[in-house]
Ligand binder design. Structure first.
Ligand code: URA
Length: 180
């Protein structure tokens, strides 16, 4: 059963000790959303509020993401939302290569269970982890391996509100692609 598989994976992530981030977390943040889902969004790593709640994108970045999804005509409850790293790095530092290597199999397992038609990689960490490439500007606007799209991370849009229109238009395009 798909949801049972997802629950088992979540239990595994919540008890994970594959890297040092497991030592200082309050809660792991496996992800949220239905399985199957047509769309998956992948961020970088949980922040403080996500670490407290165990839920992805519930802090400032999450609130901006909610607004962008709504403007793009997307319903958050129909999307599977997660991050490359499932535990909060201290002081929100960038995840290390070895932490990404430990955590990536969980994202791959989630993709197998959720079977999204479109996986939207938000930010360079997600693009690098999944596609092995960085550079949002050059990666935006097309589908990679027929299912991966790249856009800004919500935190980047919080830092530069001028990016909001492009962020929303990327999500709008994915909204139409997931229906095709
Ligand atoms: N940023 C992320 O990349 N993921 C979260 O869950 C929250 C903030």
């Amino acid at each position: 059963m798909i949801n049972e598989d997802l629950r088992l994976l979540e239990d595994q992530i919540s008890a994970c000790r594959l890297c040092q981030l497991g030592e200082n977390r309050n809660r792991a943040v496996p992800g949220s959303g239905p399985a199957p889902a047509r769309m998956m969004l992948v961020g970088e790593a949980p922040g403080r509020e996500e670490d407290q709640s165990g839920q992805p994108f519930v802090g400032r970045g999450g609130r901006l993401l909610d607004v962008a999804l709504q403007q793009a005509g997307l319903n958050r409850s129909e999307i599977f939302i997660t991050s490359v790293i499932k535990c909060r790095p201290p002081n929100n530092r960038k995840p290390m290569k070895k932490e990404m290597a430990s955590c990536l199999p969980y994202l791959q397992a989630q993709m197998e269970i959720v079977r999204p038609k479109i996986v939207c990689l938000m930010g360079n960490t997600a693009a690098a982890a999944v596609l092995g490439r960085q550079g949002i500007q050059s990666l935006r606007g097309q589908l990679w391996q027929e299912r991966f799209a790249v856009t800004y991370h919500p935190a980047a849009v919080l830092r530069n509100r001028n990016l909001m229109a492009e962020f929303v238009s990327d999500l709008e395009r994915l909204n139409s692609l997931q229906d095709q």
